[in-house]
Design a protein around this ligand. Sequence first.
Ligand code: PLP
Length: 403
Amino acid sequence: MGKQFAVAVPPQKWIKKGERVLMPNYARFPLVFTEGSGSILLSADNTPYLDFVSGIAVNSLGHCNKTLVNAICKQANTLLHISNLYYNIPQIELAEWLTEHSFADQAFFCNSGAEANEAAIKLARLFAKTINPQRFEIISAENSFHGRTLATLAATGQKKHQKGFEPLPKGFKHVPFDDAQAIEKAITPKTAAIFLEPIQGEGGVKIPKSNYLAEVRKLCDKNNLLLIFDEVQTGMGRTGTLFAYEQSGITPDIMTLAKGLGGGFPIGAMLATKKISTVFTPGKHASTFGGNPLACSAANAVTQQMTPVFLKRTQGAGQYLLKKLVLMQSQTGLIKEVRGAGLLVGIDLLVPALEVMKKAHNKGLLLSRTSENTLRMTPPLTVSRKEIDQAVSILKEVLGVKA
Ligand code: PLP
């Protein structure tokens, strides 16, 4: 790393240009990254940063993982794109792997998490109408996050993201997360599906009680409703199992994936049992780019790494990180709570998370936040214990914890 930019590039020049030509819908930090390797990102002025964001739970194999890069280059030299008017082999291979490793029988591919959720909403409505033509409503959770398209925004249980975009599509109800009774009360003859993140990611790494998802499954079975899990953030090993639902002992009817699926290459997927997916007949849904050979080859390279040994290692790394953070909590009055599943970790602070992030940046550590006071850590799943030690030690310094 660092060869391409042996002479540092002045970041201010690019930041100024960026401010001029990019829309102002992101609150970006004044950092310009030019290269990455493993858990390290290199900025334009040649400063290395330990990346505990990973493109928000995307770069699961770390930056520029050799196997992933080689698979992308090989496929780019062979076949980039054809239409879904035809079959392509990487797409079939990916669908085969995902269905062999999950509850699902069939897959639909798209390019992002929001698109995967849009597809899930459409499939659920279409299927529910075969049971009862009145059914279209979807119950989702308060504090949830499902995307920024209009329907996924309507499903999202956070008013702050919806403000200004009204009227939103109809047919979405929100109930408190981790409260099966609240779902039961909200069910009406119009209900089509329950739509949940098994662990709320953007909502602050909220892990529900161990029996919550099983209770929701029972409610769905009793009322003949579909259960949709949004595993855009939790899927593909992030929580220590291939999919977070595996830890609940139940299976959904529909599941969405994106983020870690392509390891940095944009791809989303919506998976379902065959009983449901058969209603997606030709013309009901489509995506020009969805499932193209390049994106699917990238995802196939990721899936090949997701072995039981790799997942066990992720679990071990997650437990190691969590243990260190719990210890840190006992050493400072600034941490209220630490939560984690695999390498998806939330830290509730008693001080503004943004200030902590900025100080961490100055010491070479990248972190994200989900709210005013909640930090999130989503390092690459390949992160080493030494890198975890480094990150924890920087956070300690920032929070003024004595070694
Ligand atoms: N669903 C969940 C659970 C997410 O965390 C996100 C993004 O953070 C999305 C959906 C939206 O994904 P995308 O930004 O790829 O559209």
